[in-house]
Design a binder for this molecule. Sequence first.
Ligand SMILES: N[C@@H](CCC(=O)N[C@@H](CS)C(=O)NCC(=O)O)C(=O)O
Length: 68
Amino acid sequence: MTLRLFIGNRAYSSWSLRGWLAAKQSGLPFEEIFLPLYEADWEETRRRAELAPSGGKVPILWDGAVAS
Ligand SMILES: N[C@@H](CCC(=O)N[C@@H](CS)C(=O)NCC(=O)O)C(=O)O
């Protein structure tokens, strides 16, 4: 099952950078899904089902059906 990491811009979001570093450090393959933060459609983006467990915040990592 592919790991999917939802993050914002690593240059501006230190939380995204931390999540990405941890994923990279793990050595496991993962899919990186970039979400532009605070764009005009951010309110819509943050309501995506994939962001529900984190309350509309990044980073969030999905391992199959499990989010962390
Ligand atoms: N405590 C959270 C912090 C995550 C966080 O605050 N992320 C920010 C970006 S750095 C975010 O998603 N902000 C979007 C928003 O609040 O609408 C964590 O552990 O991941």
